[in-house]
Ligand binder design. Structure first.
Ligand code: ZN
Length: 394
């Protein structure tokens, strides 16, 4: 048992002390001025950060393919073409190189206070299981410090890429944590529906959650999120499905948008948006108003689709406060929940909250409040995973 003294907490005035018992928060009380093992210096203590969506096998590959892909993806004019062009990079895939890139990125994420990551890895006929094998090695090596969930993700489609579904199933048998899908890139609605069903079938067969990229282009005719909600309900998989991107929803008319969001809520699907990676994004306020769990993803770290990104979720949140016009106090709190509590829920981590009895996955920031934390988006001074200090800032 030990104590963290002299910290601020969100939404409360004054200074607090926390007693940590093994991996749990045992007690939270006003600081009585006494000494403790860790002195927070009056700074903000919060839940640790969570990345609910990032393409980890592609980190640091950006300069190899940037010219062919970046603009077409971001403006949405040819997102399908961008994905085809970006696949070039996979011809040179090498397990050891991917292992090294993923490991470096995850260790840096930890420095930024991230203790949970859902990492999507291309598993298809171009990449085979090379990226997957590299990511699994990292996951197992870092498990004492943070949790990396590996998603077996068929980036080039299933009907468009014969053989990919068998590779996805093989990856699941070899220990993938999540079954991935990308139905919107299939050529027609019939194939899109088939794609969704194939992914959900494997998820159900192996009792895994499923994570999809849906409607990732500014085309209001795309409706794979709606199909996914229908099928999730049909197969009784409520609460086990995450859907990322959904950029097309920005162009839906009001009644169609409400219809789809109602279905998403019923199906218990969590949505992940990445407004920093393109000109269009999910209507976040609307989705939240429907009671849907919405969070912010990193999506990319220096790859074909986005040139920056460090898995620093305060940086992602800083950008989102602009892009979603959420710079007042309530807006900042909403955005902060989307990179902590809500992001955790999206990947199946419940009760990720600073409260007595919760697991102590925590950060002590270098700032006393959210306003300053977003302003500087620096690394925390301390990161705790299951009550153990796993990173200290500069
Ligand atoms: Zn993505």
């Amino acid at each position: 048992m030990y104590r963290i003294i002299n910290v601020s907490l969100k939404g409360r005035t004054g200074l607090y002390q926390l007693t940590i018992d093994r991996d749990k928060i045992y007690k939270i009380e006003p600081w009585d001025g006494s000494d403790g093992e860790i002195d927070g210096g009056g700074m903000l203590l919060t839940e640790s950060f969570v990345v609910p969506h990032v393409h980890i096998d592609k980190v640091e590959t950006g300069p190899l393919v940037e010219k062919a892909t970046m603009n077409v993806y971001q403006m949405g004019t040819g997102a399908r073409d961008a994905i085809k062009a970006a696949a070039e990079v996979k011809k040179g895939y090498d397990e050891d190189k991917i292992y090294a890139r993923v490991k470096q990125r995850m260790l840096e994420a930890l420095k930024y206070g991230v203790t949970y990551v859902r990492g999507f890895v291309d598993v298809d006929t171009a990449a085979g299981l090379k990226g997957f094998a590299g990511a699994i090695r990292v996951r197992d090596e870092i498990k004492e410090f943070m949790q990396l969930q590996v998603v077996a993700f068929p980036q080039q489609g299933l009907l468009l890429d014969p053989g990919a579904i068998e590779l996805v199933e093989e990856a699941v048998k070899k220990g993938a944590d999540v079954v991935g899908g990308i139905p919107w890139i299939e050529e027609n609605e019939h194939d899109q529906l088939k794609h969704i069903n194939q992914v959900l079938d494997i998820a159900r067969k192996y009792s895994k959650p499923a994570a999809f990229l849906v409607d990732d282009a500014p085309n209001p005719a795309l409706k794979t999120l709606e199909m996914l909600a229908d099928e999730t309900l049909e197969m009784g998989m409520q609460g086990k499905v995450e859907a990322c991107h959904a950029r097309a929803l920005q162009l839906y008319n009001e009644s169609n948008l409400n219809k789809v969001l109602n279905k998403v809520k019923l199906a218990g699907i969590s949505l992940v948006t990445n407004p920093h990676t393109g000109a269009y994004h999910l209507p976040v306020e609307k989705a939240l108003a429907h009671g849907i769990n919405v969070s912010l993803g990193q999506d990319d770290c220096n790859d074909a689709y986005y040139p920056y990104g460090r898995c620093n979720m305060l940086e992602v949140g800083f950008l989102a406060t602009h892009l979603l016009w959420s710079m007042d106090e309530a807006g900042r709190e909403r955005i902060f929940d989307m990179i902590t509590v809500r992001a955790a829920k999206s990947i199946g981590i419940e009760n990720h909250k600073v409260k007595e009895g919760s697991r102590s996955d925590l950060v002590v920031l270098n700032e006393p409040n959210l306003r300053e934390a977003f302003r500087y988006h620096r690394e925390p001074r301390l990161v705790l995973y299951g009550g153990r200090p796993v990173a200290t800032g500069t």
